[in-house]
Design a protein around this ligand. Sequence first.
Ligand SMILES: [Zn+2]
Length: 295
Amino acid sequence: MLVHIGRIVNKKIIGKYAIPAFNTQDLETTQGIVRAAEKQKAPVIIQTSVGALEYAGIEELVGIIKTEARRAKVPVALHQDHCHDFSLIKKLINLGYSSVMIDASHLPYRENIRLTRTVVSYAHKRGVWVQAEIGRILGNEDWQKVRSGKDLMTEPAQAAEFAAETQVDTLAVAVGSVHGIPVNPKIKRILRTLKEHIDLPRLKAIKKKVKIPLVLHGASGVTDTEIKAAIKAGVAVFNIDTDLRVAFNTALRQNLKKHPQIYDPRKILTPATLALQMMAEKKIKLLKANNKGRK
Ligand SMILES: [Zn+2]
């Protein structure tokens, strides 16, 4: 069933388990995610990026997700990932998103607060949650390319001030995870200096000061041990995109290589969707969200 994000992300889950926020851009990915959630009886967030909406079309993609979510036997919430366009956010709220991320992290701090507050005021009047980002998460995400290192990590005191001033409902923090697959040599170099680790002391310090649910972006590259530690340290939502894409891609290539004669898109895509579902199930279990989504 399609639910408000507040039904599945709340203070009760913090420290115990976390909700996966999976990205989609098409029917196959959406079905793979929903089937994984149903199989594992898990609540999930399905999220769209600006690029995904451009790829599939807004009404088309939202129509697919809402139809799948409504039919699902588990709670599914709809969230918009990184968005810096207020008019698009308004449109998505009208289409039934229960949560949106205003990403003004490229702006100077005071301007980030100002724009975030404007979005929060609009969204809250309509019962919709807002996520924002403080600090800059490394890597590539749609139009954003963040290349420099440690100085962009979230500062606990600033995170607390930001959360209080903007009244956001969830907060994305930069504590060492990376968007996408790090192929850029500069990012690889930065990661080596950071030892590719989640900065757990920093995360714990943020959690102490910030009482709203924390979100970790770029969780695909984070090790399982660190994910478990991050859940204990207070992360309530993990954004997962790259791992699903890689699973889909690998299976697709293998299938085409093994069966070069197939030309029916259904036969080409079905094994890839299944591989994506398996990966989503693995992530759900890692976050301990399995069996938490019963009606
Ligand atoms: Zn992100």
